[in-house]
Design a protein around this ligand. Sequence first.
Ligand code: B3K
Ligand code: ZN
Length: 899
Amino acid sequence: TRVKRRQDYKPPEFLVDQVKLKFILDPSDTRVLTKLHIRFNTDAYGNCDRAHFHLDGDREVIELVPNSLKVDGRLLEEGEDYDLSKAHLIVKNIDGSGKGALVEFQVSLNPSKNTALMGLYLSKSNFFTQCEAEGFRRITFFPDRPDVMSIFEVTLVASKQDYPVLLSNGDCVESGSCSDENYHYAVYKDPFRKPCYLFALVAGKLVYLEDWFVTMSGKRVKLCIYVQQGNLPKATFAMDCLKQAMKWDEEQYGREYDLNTFNIVAVDDFSMGAMENKSLNIFNSKYVLANPETATDSDFEAIQAVVAHEYFHNWTGNRVTLRDWFQLSLKEGLTVFREQEFSADMTNRTVKRISDVMRLRTTQFPQDAGPMAHPVRPESYIEINNFYTVTIYEKGAEVIRMLRNLVGPEGFRKGCDLYFDRYDGMAVTCDDWLAAHQDANPHVDLTPFRLWYSQAGTPQLCASTEYDASQSTLHLHLEQYLPPTEEQPVKEPMLIPIKMGILDRDGIPVMVDVGDGSAVESKVLNMKESKQTFSFYHVPPGSRLSMLRGFSAPVRFAWKHDQPSDDLTFLMAKDKDEFNRWDAAQTVTLRYILDIVRRMPQGSLNPDSMASLEMSPSDDVFEAFRMTLLDEGLEHRFRSTMFVLPSELFIAQWMKPIRPDDIHLARLHLKRQLATRLSSSFWSVLQRLERELEGEYRLDAESRGKRALKNICLEYLCCSQDPTAVSLALKHFRKANNMTDALACLNILSIYGKEEGEMALAEFYRKWEHEYLVLDKWFRVQALVPSKDTLSRVQNLLEHKSFDIKNPNNVYALIGGYALQNPYAFHLADGSGYKFVADQIRKLDKINPQVAARIATSFTIWRELEPNLRSHVKEQLNLLFSRNNLSRDVSEVVGKLIE
Ligand code: B3K
Ligand code: ZN
């Protein structure tokens, strides 16, 4: 069977202590000379006479050079001494006493044909590698699993002229000219044992930005960022981020960098964000290159986050690595969490939390509720690349956050210290991680917490209250429910930490008194049972609860009886927890949108009749939004976030069956009503901010916040179909001296403008025609227009001369933007949107299966759709699945969707 199971784990039979690789680089015929010092794993299996050594190798990509395979110098015969299968090389009868053997061979491969961007490939004529998760087997034969850790020595040989820069992991210990003067070589040694998924090489024409960092023990580390000629000035921001991250990891976790150099290389063709190869991080160029003209404020923040994330992996992932891929969240969840905290420290904690939670709710909750649901530590997979999911990453990070809250910040630091100390240089499991925290915090019982790793699905938490006026006691009844999933029909109650507070009728905090002698402003209730009641004493009448502060657990929270909207607007204005002020705004708007959708029969909403729809939120809702908008005591950035309405994907989770059009229209209706009612306030804030932002562009947090608020004001005003606002947007677009404003206006104009939109798009293209990363924005803006005509626009853009379907960034911007982020345009009543996306998946699957599979996740929620749409999706999924030669990646996703 093709399914791999966590329970089937067995330690490797052979260990590889040392790997020597020599690459003779050539675009169409690269040679890899491989020498492996191997040894039977006597620790796991004792002694034996002889055993077969199994090496993985993707023989559709690599070929064993005839007569090159030797063991201890002896040439081996196929059939007699070794076998080759489609995915393996099996070297037979190796000594099993543990005394070791030297296995040598050569392979040949053709990087120029590698469009999957896994293994060794070319991008703009330069060589790059990507090995995680199982790309190393596309470079040479090797036991390609993370628990085989080796010391690597790598020699690169290449043409001097075409590949002046030669890089691999570790330090360059030797370099020079070859006997053929047209070629040169470099030898790299990495002193740290590592799994082969962390191997990397880069060769080509690149320039670099150099800097240095002095570590806490006084070691000077050379930092280099390699980019294509002409891009050097765009690398300075990433360099600053790297230094900030290095410092932060020393201060917060006591982690110091461990080599003499740290390199980052930017590449345009890359299937994901970036890769943490030991000392040679390879980055999608969109997470390295930025200047104010070409990058938005959000781009800068994303760069800061990704640079830090990859750097942090040096300890969480590289020094301590994974036993097997089921443990993926051990490094990813933890590293995301570390990045989130870093970014919070560098920017605005509340806003960062809000944006992380938005993402979790918009993308991870639907995954957890559908056929793609899996636990943070999965039990099985077919293609591991499909498991680099929001569940592993983002929910994984939530689990770490809960753990830290459970043991407290000091306990968490102690647990981390113990983890690094105990497992340095080892390949370990999520259980080992928990064991370290348990041992460091013996007073807390972490047993019930483990379920967060094993149970899939989002717990639903339902609350109700009862107030006993005679005793001034408030009883809070909580119920949790975790819906069954395919693999787990019966679930156990989870340990849910609920941070909460009480406000009296004037909004003054009431000390939370649960009768244990302590009285605090914010209390964490650890709910363990499926039903549980908590009682609070000395609660004045008319008090209100603020629940799940800071989103203390990744659950869907709801009150049994909807709160009256004045409770919510009260919390919007008064909660001491800023996150919950935002969340109250989300609930108020979500409820109103759902209200419209539920009251209107399907199809009765249409774009033209919306204006006459006689429904409106109550006055206090408008007032609460106006107060927020005008409250100078609040940070600009926070105020702008308050106006980001719940996403259509989030709203859809509260509706069965899902009617995407109605959701979109109802949401738009609310947006217009807010825009109209608050119009004069939007204008006054906008004008004031315009004045304040005049002059030179500044990147500081304050200016970023001002831009965000200014642009959201403009968006609302344009949404209210105010022609003055639309012309102003065009004016701003034309005179913008930074990409944040330009892109915000382009976006607004393409949605709310008519010919203004087309003009702006054309001008934008002309201006940025030669800036590859900026064109991605241009594609995405068009893919995101919520219109029934977007499909034909996207279809046309596929043929555009600047669009390259082999480039993942292009694909994610255009096809991904359309299929994953634009429900109104994607869900077309005749199913043509689905057919289009299915066609693209078929095409992409031949090019880059990983990217194709990701696009296929756009169908995750299909079973919840209303019957007409559902039947159209079903038809497309069946058609897709019936096709043979689907990659493992796509067939696993589609198989799960239709099963
Ligand atoms: N570890 C890589 C992801 C590799 C994905 C392989 N399909 C990037 C990261 O999470 O840091
Ligand atoms: Zn990562």
